[in-house]
Design a binder for this molecule. Structure first.
Ligand code: CMC
Length: 418
């Protein structure tokens, strides 16, 4: 904290609002005092409003920087695996080898969720979206693991590890129920990404190290992204001291939309719809037309007004996977590259700083690996579970922790009689 203040003149009275410094990024003006003066601030979409303090993730959207606990995302993707990044997000430091082995052993011990998961899935029709199933599974597990002592740090830690351990099976089994196929049981001695691949494909695709590495990298790149819509939803639900599984259900619901986690699925749908490189100009023209609500999926970001640093790593992973599988000639990938080239040279996209985001490439990689489109967003949820839980845990430890309760600008009628 420094002793700088912002002076706000409201109706002749000057208010001194304290200015506080962040490690990086904009300074913050503390506005709590405003409410005592019958004034609120209005900031749709939270463009300029910090909802919390956090030491987990830093993003500089102008420069295309993403740090987890200070470490750049490209270094984490190159030098760690998903569970090591998860440990870092949850605990603040990278683990030494003993801590790393212990953490991996604990997560692996939770690989088998309770039977209630299968019972809950039976309530869904074949063909229902796996995201809908995941939301319900979290509800069922909230019922199964209730009550939880939210204020007890040891109990929170146990819940966090348990939920991370359950996720590969929850995602794989939801998909298998979606297509009406039998589920596979977890096996001992596998890494997190390998376990997920075995749960999905059994031996058919579970043992290719390049593909497993690509999945692991996708998980690292999606693990956390500070106060996005789903994470803020988890924090808001958690601020009521709700069961953490119920908070995850809220986060998964927020993630599902095509403006957020549903974008990777929407990218593939859009590329299939474009169908041929010759149709690209038509779709670019639609994206630029203010009377058409079509947007180029996988382009643009609320925070990144430069190349998404995750997209850089993802593009490289995409090349590795396509060459491993000999699928460089996938027509959708060709359309994607051409679309990217045209959009990056177009004034409309340049002026608005619309670059390809992480989901532009992750969809192509997942498709090449043979992962069905309906699983793209659930895989995002699998990865982001770590970020949601790290942020939830941080909130529970924060002395400023209050129930989240935004204010409103009332625009309805004045009082009237019936
Ligand atoms: N295609 C065409 N125009 C766009 C796009 C796009 N993908 N994204 C933004 N614009 C235009 C928008 O129409 C507006 O134009 P104008 O100034 O003429 O009105 C301008 O750019 C600013 O857009 P905005 O809606 O104010 O930007 P935002 O920060 O609120 O939205 C976004 C961010 C991600 C919702 C949006 O860019 C979008 O819908 N992108 C496509 C969906 C997508 O790929 N989402 C994944 C985000 S990355 C994964 C994650 O972190 O969840």
């Amino acid at each position: 904290m420094n002793d700088k203040v912002a002076k706000l003149n409201i109706e002749g009275e000057t208010l001194d609002l304290p200015i506080v410094n962040a490690t990086y990024g904009p300074h913050l003006v503390e506005i709590e005092a405003l409410s005592k003066h019958e004034f609120f601030t209005y900031d749709p979409g939270f463009i300029s409003t910090a909802s919390c303090r956090s030491a987990i993730t830093y993003i500089n959207g102008e420069k295309g920087i993403l740090l987890h606990r200070g470490y750049p995302i490209d270094q984490l993707a190159a030098k760690t695996d998903f569970l090591t990044t998860a440990y870092l997000l949850l605990n603040g430091e990278l683990p030494n080898s003993t801590e790393q082995n212990e953490f991996k052993t604990i997560i692996a011990s939770h690989v088998n969720p309770p039977a209630i998961v299968h019972d809950t899935l039976q309530g869904f029709a074949k063909g229902a979206h796996p995201m809908a199933m995941l939301i319900s599974l979290m509800g069922a597990l909230a019922g199964y693991f209730h009550p939880i002592k939210i204020r007890d740090a040891a109990e929170r830690k146990h819940m966090i590890e348990q939920l991370i351990g359950f996720m590969p099976a929850l995602v794989a089994w939801s998909y298998q129920h979606h297509i009406g196929q039998k589920t596979y049981s977890p096996r001992a001695g596998l890494s997190y990404a390998e376990q997920f691949m075995y749960l999905l494909f059994d031996d058919k695709r579970g043992n290719n190290p390049i593909l497993n590495k690509a999945i692991d990298r996708i998980l690292i790149l999606h693990a956390d992204h500070e106060q996005n819509a789903s994470t803020s939803t988890v924090r808001l639900a958690g601020s009521t001291l709700a069961n953490p599984y119920a908070c995850m259900a809220a986060g998964i619901a927020a993630l599902w939309g095509p403006a957020h986690g549903g974008a990777n699925e929407a990218v593939i749908k859009m590329l299939s719809e474009i169908e041929d490189e010759k149709n690209i100009p038509k779709f670019i023209a639609r994206a630029k037309d203010s009377n058409d609500n079509f947007r180029l999926m996988g382009f643009g970001h609320r925070v990144y007004k430069n190349y998404d640093p995750r997209a850089k790593v993802m593009k490289q992973t995409c090349d590795e996977v396509l060459s491993e599988l000999g699928e460089q000639h996938d027509p959708l990938f060709k359309i994607a590259l051409q679309l990217e080239r045209i959009a990056l040279e177009d004034d409309y996209f340049i002026q608005r700083k619309l670059y390809p985001n992480v989901d532009f490439y992750s969809g192509i990689i997942l498709r090449a690996i043979g992962i069905p489109t309906e699983l793209f967003t659930p895989i995002f949820a699998l990865a982001r579970t770590v970020g949601w839980l790290a942020q939830w845990g941080e909130m529970c430890d924060d002395n400023d922790f209050k129930i989240g309760r935004p204010r409103q600008w009332y625009t309805g009628p004045k009082v009237r009689d019936i």
